[in-house]
Design a protein around this ligand. Sequence first.
Ligand SMILES: [Fe+2]
Length: 317
Amino acid sequence: MKTKEIFQLAINKGIEADFREKEGVERFLKRKREKYEKLSEKEKEEFDLESLENPYLDSRILHIAEDKEIKKVLVGIDIEPAEILLAKEIGGIDLIIAHHPLGKGLAHLPDVMDLQCDVLNYYGVPINIAEGLMKERISEVARGLNAINHQRTVDTAKILGISLMNSHTPCNNLAAKFLKDLIKKEKDNLIRLENLLNLLKEIPEYKEAMKIGAGPKIFVGEPERKCGKIAITEITGGTEGSPKLYEKMATAGIGTIIGMHISEEHKKEAEAANINVVIAGHISSDSLGMNLFLDELEKRDIEIIPCSGLIRISRIS
Ligand SMILES: [Fe+2]
């Protein structure tokens, strides 16, 4: 497989696991094409054409140094110039795969946040409320990312002649789908938060994170509290949503949320809304999603070297 095929595989896996399902993703892309057609010639020149095909603009091919068969990849959660130097030092690395967005993927992170509206709607929050509250939050995230030095790592990869791509939301979709299916399968046994916590602790990535003190934890609620309806609203969709959503989630009948991480402001709002929050863990959840994609590469005989926090667990038997 070459870099473009690996990247397309990540996108396809992300679509398969998407809360919106294939039809919903196609509608999202169709709407972008319709908007593009209406642009003036000048506006079309400025338009990012990749957005007509790729529903996850936080995930990109950032540099192809040599368009060759990929046999060995260095994969990490955060790739910075240090990891590019590491690849050079190891030698024989055909491609680096990052999880967190880099370069123009990072600049376009807010674009994937619309997905959260559909996830919230899936769990019963009216779409108008989800869209209204997310609109404000998406523009806040966009302003925050504006000041970042987006290209630093990409520039290092270019100078050292190393191919680089990242897969963020496609992999987070895989992690969310994995957890959603597990919760559905085990729902009769998930009465109290302690049951949910114990279930998460059985997942190898979280079990490994527990060894360094970063395992699943209850951030809001008590072990003996009942879970109620469990929602996976904070695993995929770019980054944290609006703190004003917790009250709306409670009204929609959600009792417990499983998230990767939570800020203090969001935690306080969840508490005020009496929503339980179980934090599975950030890097371990990122690893879970990456692993489900990396298994596809392993099946194709690509050697994977994990770095930068990635807890590599293979599910290929
Ligand atoms: Fe992450």
